[in-house]
Design a binder for this molecule. Sequence first.
Ligand code: FES
Length: 106
Amino acid sequence: MAIIRFAQHTGTTRDVPLTEGSNLMDLARANAVPGIDGDCGGSCACGTCHVIVDAAWAARLAPANAEEERMLSMAVDRQPHSRLACQIIATAALDGLRLQVPEHQF
Ligand code: FES
């Protein structure tokens, strides 16, 4: 089974089944991943789906567009590989992708 791995700041992880075509915020919420609220429903308007992509995976994702960059610029704990989970669409190529959930969201 293909999975996306969400890691918490506490060190715990949760593997969620990868459903192709879904965005990663929806997958996190469907699997009750702590710290991924997705308040705007995935319209890139709240920033409550902030995740930090594992460095080994960052270059394999399409870059953030201007709207996502604008939201990320307001993130509390922005890191070099920060992304919004709602803007990443799951594909089979992302099997095993590791995402860090920041301690604090917006
Ligand atoms: S769910 Fe609101 S920006 Fe991602």
